[in-house]
Design a binder for this molecule. Structure first.
Ligand SMILES: O=C(O)CCC(=O)C(=O)O
Ligand SMILES: [Fe+2]
Length: 661
């Protein structure tokens, strides 16, 4: 928080002639000022604040009717980046149509309409007058801002007793950045308007503000005024379209993300433990710096989309000496380095939810002859497909889901009995990395012995004999299915009569603990590629949230299709096929405020654990991409790095796989 306060210059509009110089110093140096004698009565100001408080208390579905006209001009709901901020907006408050539309959509009473339109029109007159005064001060003679659009925003910051004082987002709490780059606190002065910016919690109560922004001239063309360009002041910006600029701002939250990260980073830097316990770092680095320090591989990662164009995210730097070097660069302001665990804690790997849904190809196993081509296209392109006519009865699926829900409700101490045989093969409890994820696992579901061992951990047989029967039926049937699917894929690659029968298959039951308190968009399962050859997933039909990364590097939503299983390729499939199969990256985000379960069967690798590209798939056109490696070794390396920042196969890479078109 700012330690210093600043008194913002006050401009008395009743005696403006004397104030002209003060105004220009304020706008040029500090970038803001206050106005008094502005002609808007305290009554109107108070009525308007009360109205805004009332409007922001309306039910969410009513507020949502206030849709965007341009990016972020309408209702803004609290989200991961601004969990305490909520806002309603009128796109152009100088237009009576816009005000009328807003009032009708939100069913605002005629008395309140009167308050809103009086306030908007008076504030519009004021802002036009102030902009004109500033223009004149700059030496622009006839500048009229009458026709410029003016966006009115009504903001609420939901500070409560639980909010840590100093939390970024707004009662006093308003801070501006001084010319030395430090923040200065600005306290409110009743009866004035603050003309012109940042917001921070200082009191444990909601804070309401109302803001009018002059946006752009009617034609939306923004460019430096000709009168202000001369030999000493060359033109700084090309002309551009305001709408395009807004779109760009809307699709990048770069400044906000970086600012948030830097704040949290600074808070933690002093804490040596954070450095020691971080399993990875995300480094935000400009292209120029990355070349200078010899980091050539710039991976496209989840956050790329939210960073401005000159920034990239470098992945997966485990904490080693070099990283400490990077850390020092960061402290010198050259890079921003963020421990992965901090990112995860703040749910920042899911800053952007997928906007689009994708329909995954459906393979009809009852009619497989005609589906072969579709299958191969799916596994080499998207990396996943659905199956129908798979022969697993609906009743078994329903009962299995109920069993999984039952198991997760068992006491923690019981769930802990499901110990690891290899990293994360047993009970995985919510952790700092995945605070909403919980999992149980059967080491090898193709082994009746493992199934029985799992059942006895939870006394399933004594509880109800049919439960252990159910589990073993499901495991056997799914095992048959996965062996069949793996063979079909292998055949498609030209590898005939290869048997996957003996490959261990790991069964996992997953639960994402989404509740009413979970912000929509929070990650339940962080971005990862599977550690399998192939995976069969049974989704929660009543709770979507799975997203996959498409070939453009964007997340797209996959919605459940009841009666089908989703099948996807994992890392081992990609290595075994020498890069022919695509190990699709995916994640689960919260879309509904209730727990979400799923069941996965992962076909891992051959029994001897040796993973390598098949000789048949290596030739002069397809050089060998990976050296052979041991499956458990690979799992160990995966376990040591945060899976959210990409796969670890580069440890065994011989040649880079061709970039997918
Ligand atoms: O729960 C889901 O839908 C996906 C789970 C998953 O990706 C996994 O277990 O690897
Ligand atoms: Fe997965």
């Amino acid at each position: 928080m700012a330690v210093e306060k600043i008194i913002v210059p006050v401009i008395d509009l009743a005696k403006f002639e004397e104030e002209k110089e003060k105004l220009m110093v304020a706008v040029e140096e500090l970038g803001c000022f206050r106005v008094i004698n502005h002609g808007i009565s305290e009554k109107i100001m108070a009525d308007m604040k009360a109205l805004v408080e009332h409007l922001l208390k309306l039910p969410t579905d009513v507020k949502q009717r206030n849709t965007d006209v341009i990016s972020r001009s309408g209702y803004i709901e609290p989200n991961c980046l601004g969990p305490l901020y909520e806002s309603l907006g009128i796109y152009d408050a100088s237009s009576s149509i816009d005000i009328h539309t807003f009032c009708s959509l939100l069913d605002i009473s005629s008395h309140d309409r009167e308050i809103l339109s009086t306030f908007a029109s008076k504030l519009h007159d004021l802002i036009v007058d102030l902009a004109f005064k500033v223009g004149q001060g700059l030496g622009i003679k006839d500048c009229s801002f009458q026709e410029w659009s003016c966006n009115l925003r009504m903001n609420k910051y939901n500070f409560t007793k639980e909010t840590v004082i100093g939390t970024y987002e707004s009662n006093e709490g308003f801070e501006i950045m001084g010319s030395m780059g430090n923040f200065l606190a600005v306290d409110p002065v009743p009866g004035t308007f603050f003309v012109n910016i940042g917001d921070m919690g200082k009191k444990p109560k909601p804070r309401i503000t109302i803001v009018l922004f002059i946006l752009a001239p009617k034609d939306n063309k923004i460019e430096p005024q000709a009168e202000l360009i001369d030999y000493e002041h060359p033109k700084l910006f090309e002309s551009f379209n305001y709408m395009k600029y807004r779109k760009n701002r809307g699709s990048t939250t770069s400044i906000a993300v970086l600012d948030l990260l830097v704040r949290h980073l600074c808070a933690r830097v002093v804490d040596g433990d954070t450095m020691a316990s971080a399993t990875g770092w995300l480094v935000f680095v400009s292209d120029v710096v990355s070349r200078d320090i010899g980091l050539q591989s710039v991976h496209r990662l989840d956050l790329t989309g939210v960073l401005s164009s000159d920034l990239r995210v470098l992945s997966d730097l485990s904490v080693q000496q070099e990283d400490r070097g990077l850390f020092l660069l960061a402290l010198r302001g050259l890079l921003t380095v963020v421990p992965v665990l901090i990112l995860t804690e703040f749910g920042l790997d899911n800053v952007i939810m997928a906007m689009e849904e994708i329909k995954v190809p459906i393979i009809d196993l009852a009619n497989f002859e005609v589906e072969k081509e579709k299958l191969m296209e799916a596994v080499s392109g998207l990396g996943c497909f659905r199956v129908i006519n798979h022969g697993i009865l609906e009743a078994i699926v329903v009962d299995m889901k109920a069993l999984v829900r039952y198991l997760f409700e068992l006491p923690y101490k019981m769930k802990q009995r499901n110990i690891n045989i290899f990293p994360n093969s047993g009970y995985v409890e919510p952790s700092r990395f995945s605070h909403l994820y919980e999992g149980l696992g059967i080491y090898d579901a193709s082994s009746p012995f493992d199934i029985q061992a799992f059942c006895s951990l939870f006394d399933l047989s004594s509880h109800d004999k049919s439960l252990s029967k159910l589990l073993s039926t499901y495991a056997t049937k799914l095992h048959d299915l996965i062996v069949d699917l793996a063979s079909k894929v292998a055949e498609g690659l030209g590898i005939i009569e290869f048997s996957f029968q003996e490959w261990p298959c790991h069964l996992r039951m997953n639960r994402c603990l989404f509740t009413k308190e979970t912000m929509l968009g929070t990650c339940g399962v962080n971005t990862h590629s599977d550690t399998s050859f192939i995976t069969i997933l049974l989704e929660d039909d009543s709770n979507e949230g799975l997203e996959i990364l498409d070939s453009f590097g964007n997340f797209v939503a996959i919605n459940p299709v009841p009666g089908t299983f989703l099948v996807n390729i994992g890392d081992i499939g990609m290595v075994w096929s020498n890069g022919r199969l695509h190990n699709v990256k995916h994640r689960v985000i919260c879309k509904k405020s209730k727990p979400r379960i799923s069941i996965t069967l992962f076909m891992q690798g051959p029994k001897d654990s040796k993973i390598e590209p098949r000789a048949e798939l290596i030739d002069s056109e397809h050089p060998q991409l990976y050296q052979s490696f041991d499956y458990l070794e690979y799992r160990k390396v995966r376990g040591l790095t945060a899976t959210m920042v990409g796969d670890v196969l580069h440890n065994w890479v011989i040649a880079e796989p061709a970039i997918m078109p």
